[in-house]
Structures are given as structure tokens and as C-alpha cells.
Design a protein around this ligand. Structure first.
Ligand code: HEM
Length: 229
């Protein structure tokens, strides 16, 4: 059957998703989308430094864009992207475990995959963070002083609680590490692993990870120090 006629249910599609290369491509493409989201989200949250009016106007704009449909389109795209990313991660991990050899060679592989195992831990912490974060700053069930429509007030009152701020800071450290290794990995999946490009790959991964995690960590710290109040 010509490629153009193949459908989602076709053997070619099934073998693409069943192959580890196919699942790595799914992981890489969804990783690019999620990296872009956390970067744009971090830039948007910088409005907090400009005060209540700026941040609440920005939040209102996001909720009302495309007659209120924009936020739902973004939510749907993000949900599908996160689910695909998690599915690819879990299924690649299970395939690796079932193919894992025993003995000395297994120990060598253990060392080689330290980074990817850390990705699993930071990935799980980030998944928990996302659920908590939505209940905290979007729907309010995990926020004792939540006020609908007051993004700035919810942000400030939320981070005035040291335990909440501590969890956000821990999650952002995980995000920084996950982003760093993620950018390094997806550039490898896209075939840019070459001595000529490796310095640029490392530099981009480091700048993005430090910037996103650093700025995000500055929010709870600024509230606790009274810089944002
Ligand atoms: C310190 C870091 C962060 C701060 C201060 C922050 C702040 C906020 C705020 C204030 C909202 C609510 C906006 C509104 O309802 O008007 C929000 C929503 C959201 N945030 Fe964050 N965020 C942070 C990190 C993250 C991270 C790391 C992720 C993803 C990994 C993330 C994902 C989301 C999502 C998906 C929404 C929901 C958007 C929606 O459906 O309405 N956030 N965030």
C-alpha cells in the first residue's frame, strides 16, 4: 500500500509506534512542545513583577482569547501532548527493563542510564506537580484562599505559605534538570549529535534550563521576601 493511503490502524503506523525509534520521536516532538510551553508560561508569569493589574489583565486576556475558545484549544493540545510524552516514556522504560541483560554488562548499562533514570524520577515529580499546580492556581481546590478571577492575589497568597513555596521550588529544580537532559536528548533524536554541534546543544540546554527554572524559582522567593506582595 502506498504511504499516502496508510491509516492510523495500518501495520506501518503500528510498527512506527511499536518501534523504539518511533516512540523516541514521539517523546522528542512532544518534548519540544512542552519545552516551548514552559518557556512561554514563564515569560507570561513575569507579569507578576509588574503588579496586580498587569497580571490579572494578562490572565483575563488568556481566558477570553478567541471568544474563550483559545484556552480550551491550548488545554486540549497540552493534555494530548503530556499524555503522549508520558506514554512514550513509560513504554520505552518497560521495553528497556525487559531487554536488560544480567551481570557485569548490566552494571555498565546501569551507569550509562543514570541520566535517563533521573529523568524518570523528575518526570514523576513533575507529573505530581502539574496536578497540584492546576488544583492550586487554576481551579483552587488546593488553595485555601482562592478567589476566582484574581490570578495575582492567588499567586501572592499561595506563595506566602512556606511549604507550598518549598514544593514549587523543588518542582522547578526537577523541571530544570528534566529540561536540560530533555533538550540534550531530543537534539540527539533529531540527529544533531555531532562533535561540531555538541557545544551548541549543551549551551542551549543549559541556558534554557537555568532561565526557566531560575525565573520560576524567583516567584515564590520574591513573595516570601516581600518583593512581590
Ligand atoms: C513557579 C512556577 C509557576 C508559576 C508561578 C505558575 C503560575 C501559574 C498561574 C498563575 C496559573 C493560572 C493562570 C490563570 O488561571 O489565569 C497557571 C496555570 C497553569 N500552569 Fe503554571 N506556573 C508555574 C509553573 C508551571 C509549570 C512548570 C507548568 C508545567 C509543567 C505549568 C503549567 C500550567 C498549566 C497547564 C496551567 C493551566 C492553564 C489553564 O488550563 O488555564 N505551570 N500557572
Amino acid at each position: 500500500m502506498p504511504v499516502a493511503e496508510q491509516t492510523w490502524g495500518s501495520p506501518a503506523k503500528a510498527s512506527f509506534l511499536a518501534s523504539s525509534v518511533g516512540r523516541k520521536i514521539v517523546m522528542a516532538v512532544t518534548g519540544v512542545v512542552l519545552s516551548a510551553f514552559v518557556t512561554v508560561h514563564m515569560l507570561g508569569n513575569l507579569q507578576a513583577y509588574m503588579g496586580a493589574h498587569a497580571m490579572n489583565t494578562y490572565a483575563k486576556f488568556l481566558h477570553e482569547a478567541v471568544h474563550g475558545g483559545g484556552v480550551w484549544i491550548a488545554r486540549a493540545v497540552l493534555l494530548v501532548t503530556v499524555l503522549l510524552h508520558g506514554w512514550a516514556a513509560i513504554s520505552l522504560t518497560l521495553s528497556n527493563w525487559s531487554a536488560r541483560p544480567q551481570g557485569y554488562r548490566a552494571q555498565q548499562l546501569e551507569a550509562a542510564t543514570w541520566s535517563s533514570r533521573t529523568m524518570r524520577y523528575t518526570g514523576v515529580i513533575l507529573a505530581c506537580f502539574i496536578v497540584y499546580h492546576l488544583l492550586h492556581l487554576t481551579t483552587g481546590q488546593a488553595h485555601p484562599d482562592f478567589v476566582v478571577g484574581d490570578a495575582y492575589g492567588n499567586f501572592v497568597r499561595g506563595f506566602q505559605r512556606p511549604l507550598t513555596s518549598a514544593f514549587y521550588i523543588l518542582a522547578q529544580l526537577c523541571l530544570g534538570f528534566h529540561l536540560w537532559h530533555g533538550v540534550w536528548s531530543f537534539t540527539q533524536t533529531f540527529g544533531w549529535s555531532h562533535p561540531r554541534y555538541n557545544f551548541a546543544r549543551k549551551a542551549i540546554a543549559t541556558v534554557l534550563a537555568v532561565l526557566v527554572a531560575g525565573v520560576n524559582i524567583s516567584f515564590p522567593i520574591s513573595v516570601l521576601l516581600g518583593v512581590i506582595r
